[in-house]
Design a protein around this ligand. Structure first.
Ligand code: KG4
Ligand code: ZN
Length: 334
């Protein structure tokens, strides 16, 4: 089965063709980072317009690179949500047009589910499974008893972790997107500064807004007192506090759910090198659980993961029709 998938939920326009769940025939991504970094973050209206400019070329390019035509495609999958509403609309309209013009089934895909299923591109996922999805828009711990069930155990009460990385990078004048910049800078630093430890209500929930403010207050206080600080140490202190917040919760879940067979990561922040180290440490402590962090190209937004999720949703019998619309806040499992 060959699925053509379209992703346009944020600032990447992407199209991919994937055969039988795992074989990537082509995967093209047009990143808008160079445009948005001039504004210090994604400007939704600008992002939607660039998706409109790019989408037809990318569809043609993905088909050409896969050496296929629409006749070879069995279904069209598209990100329905969550994401930026104007951006999502572009992908959904393009997918609907393709599906109806070529008489192919249309499959709506949840972007967060796709970040989890991206792991199928490298390993066969085993259930019950625990997924950590950490991106610019979300931070979630998801328990999956089987391939089609999602239980959100923990979520952020305010900012997503990627958002906190991007905001702290702005305080340190590192530019956008901040995640990779902080990741690199933190390697040269030590976690010497004590930053506010987040307070949360739910047992497995996260919070990153207080931590971000704590970094800002720290720099303001130092400036007021005429003192200097080391940016690498501050980046490292922020990163350790943020990641400890997440890994403390993972420890709790692994204790409370002893049936978990597989731990997977997804979302842009799972490209983080310190996070990858911490997953390795966790793997050593839990030899009975399989730990997977997909390669960086699968972690950040791409359409191959939408095709995998589309294939799984298709097998489950999910279909979209002419009334399909984008849903900017579509929750996992809804
Ligand atoms: O999943 P993604 O590509 O888009 C969303 O769905 O949000 O994630 C983008 C986020 C940005 O906040 C970016 O700063 C962060 O992922 N990111 C990282 C790293 N690479 C990307 N954060 C920390 N360390 C990294 N190496
Ligand atoms: Zn994403």
């Amino acid at each position: 089965m060959i699925v053509l998938a379209i992703e346009s939920s944020c600032d990447e326009t992407a199209v991919a063709l994937v055969e039988n769940r795992r074989e990537i025939l082509s995967s093209v991504v047009a990143s808008q980072i160079d445009v948005h970094k001039e504004f210090g973050g994604v400007v939704p209206e600008v992002a939607s317009r660039i998706h409109v400019e790019n989408i037809s070329y990318l569809i043609e390019d993905a088909l050409k690179k896969a050496n296929k035509t629409m006749d070879d495609v069995d279904a069209v999958a598209v990100t329905k949500g969550p994401g930026l509403i104007g951006c999502l609309h572009v992908g959904v309209q393009a997918a609907k047009t393709l599906a109806f013009a070529f008489n192919k089934p249309l499959i709506p895909v949840n972007h967060m589910a796709a970040h989890i299923y991206a792991n199928e591109l490298v390993v066969e996922m085993k259930y019950p499974l625990l997924a950590l999805v950490v991106s610019g828009g979300h931070s979630q711990l998801v328990y999956m008893k089987d391939e089609h069930s999602f239980e959100i155990l923990g979520t952020t009460q305010d900012d997503a972790i990627g958002e906190a990385y991007d905001k702290v990078a702005r305080v340190l004048n590192l530019g956008y997107p901040g995640g990779p910049k902080i990741d690199n800078l933190a390697k040269q630093g030590k976690p010497v500064y004590a930053l506010a430890k987040p307070k949360v209500q739910g047992k497995y929930d996260f919070s990153f807004s207080g931590l971000k403010s704590s970094v800002l207050q720290f720099t303001k206080r130092m400036e007021r007192n005429g003192e200097t600080w080391n940016d690498a140490d501050l980046a490292c202190s922020f990163q350790e506090t943020a990641l400890n917040e997440i890994f403390d919760k993972i420890d709790l879940v692994l204790k409370d759910y002893p049936d978990i067979q597989h731990f997977v990561c997804g979302g842009g922040v799972s490209a983080n090198s310190r996070l990858r180290e911490k997953v390795d440490e966790l793997a050593q402590a839990h030899p009975n659980i399989t730990f997977t962090v997909p390669p960086m190209s699968c972690c950040t937004d791409n359409a191959a993961m939408i095709a995998v999720a589309g294939t799984i949703a298709y097998e489950e019998g999910r279909r979209g029709d002419a009334s399909l619309t984008a849903d900017s806040s579509w929750e996992l499992g809804e």
